[in-house]
Design a protein around this ligand. Structure first.
Ligand code: TYD
Length: 407
């Protein structure tokens, strides 16, 4: 029986996806015989409500000098992080000694704006290749993992932080109690900690199970974050939602004021919304599993049917997410000719586990396929706008959440 990484209570299994490769480890040889795999299983803690992976991959297997994820791959993400930076700058207006710490600053997509504003800051980024890009962008970076020890070092060197933040990183860190302990140690008395990650409410209601992969160890809700914060003398006081990465929640946390267990109106609303779809009970996740299995089999079926009718299908966006989707649905190079992607380090490699070739964007333009599987569905609006000519000329996108369709 597996136990919760936060409170040690017995976990209840939600879905066991079986053997999976590392989602961001694109292979150079499609005939590879020793590809690293682990069992991807997601489970629910009925005590603290945290949804989490049962087996975690070593961080050094995922976040290293070959880490293929770059934040600055879309104009939507640039806009999102500029807005986030503006919010931080505004918050620091009243602070005597502003100091911003970003966990996992990636290529500096957000912190470069803080640097430009002349605010003292530090990006904590263990993946050296993306950290080096952040440094080139004028960002002050420490190439380390964030935990209680590194938080102490940062505090000794720079003083307390008025803002600690992290986007798409908190859910990556297995020892999350250490992160919260570190935050509690490093945060100034009037400071705030906020983080954003894929929101389990969106995942369950959109059936978007491709969000479940090695890097995403935790699938947060206000229900689980409220408990987690309270374990560390902190309180969740606000939650905001946005559409990047397919639906994320941003959790705002501060030092717990007073003894009461009062929750703010916005947090209470969010807790009620989550309870309305049973995210505090295993029952809510059982229905999710049925929906996941239906999307997987419908997706495979439409691709098999299109192939039988002589149509060729390509993929758009070799996302990390696609790894779970393609592998679990059993979609490989026999059904998808190639996937086009704009990330230079992914091009001419093959998708993990399913070994579909990754080609540059020009291959999509030249091929002008009849059908395109929209794997980067989280950028749907941007891509549909960009590819309006393709669609006007009869090209069709296959989408799959909340159900499989063609548009
Ligand atoms: P991303 O949104 O970061 O998702 P994940 O976290 O699951 O990897 O990945 C988007 C991928 O899609 C990235 O490899 C870049 C690619 N992409 C394109 O090829 N063309 C586009 O127009 C966009 C927006 C993304």
């Amino acid at each position: 029986m597996s136990t919760c990484k936060i409170c040690n209570h017995n976990l209840e299994s939600v879905i066991n996806f079986g053997e999976m490769p590392i989602s961001n480890r694109y292979v150079t040889d499609p005939g590879i015989s020793d590809e690293y795999t682990y069992v991807l299983e997601v489970a629910f803690c009925p005590s603290c409500y945290m949804v989490q992976l049962v087996n975690c991959v070593e961080p050094t297997e995922m976040f290293n000098d070959e880490y293929a994820f770059y934040s600055s791959t879309s104009s939507g993400m640039e806009k999102h992080f500029k807005e986030q930076a503006d919010e931080i700058i505004h918050f620091n207006d009243d602070m005597e000694r502003p100091f911003v710490v970003e966990l996992g600053c990636n290529d500096g997509i957000m912190l470069k704006h803080i640097a430009t504003a002349g605010i003292s800051h530090l990006g904590v980024e263990p993946s050296a290749n993306v950290a080096d890009i952040a440094i080139t962008n004028g960002v002050n970076v420490a190439k380390i993992f964030f935990n209680v020890e590194s938080a102490d070092q940062i505090k000794k060197e720079y003083g307390a932080a008025t803002v600690i933040c992290g986007s798409n990183v908190t859910c990556h860190i297995e020892d999350i109690n250490s992160v919260f302990e570190g935050v509690s140690h490093l945060l100034s008395d009037d400071g705030i900690f906020f983080f954003e990650d894929p929101y389990i409410y969106d995942i369950v209601s959109k059936h978007s199970f491709d969000q479940i992969y090695d890097e995403h160890i935790y699938y947060f809700s206000a229900l689980s974050v409220k408990n987690l914060a309270e374990r560390h003398g902190l309180e969740l006081y606000d939650v905001k939602f946005h559409e990047v990465h397919g639906g994320e929640a941003r959790y705002y946390i501060r030092r717990k004021s007073g003894e009461s267990n009062d929750v703010t109106v916005s947090v209470q609303k969010c807790l009620d919304k989550e309870k309305s779809i049973n995210l505090h009970k295993i029952e809510g996740y059982k229905e999710f599993k049925d929906n996941v299995d239906k999307v997987s089999s419908d997706l495979k079926q439409i691709l098999v049917d299109l192939k039988a009718q002589g149509h060729e299908v390509v993929g758009y966006g070799a996302t990390s997410k696609s790894t779970t989707l393609l592998k679990y649905a059993g979609v490989d190079n026999s059904l998808i000719k190639f996937i086009s992607d704009t990330t230079p380090t992914k091009i001419n490699k093959f998708t993990p586990g399913t070994h579909i070739p990754i080609k540059p964007y020009e291959a999509f333009i030249n091929e002008c396929p009849e059908y395109t599987l929209l794997l980067a569905w989280n950028h749907k609006n941007e891509i549909l706008e960009k590819e309006s000519n393709y669609r006007n000329n009869g090209g069709k996108f296959i989408t799959f959440f909340p159900e499989v369709g063609v548009e």
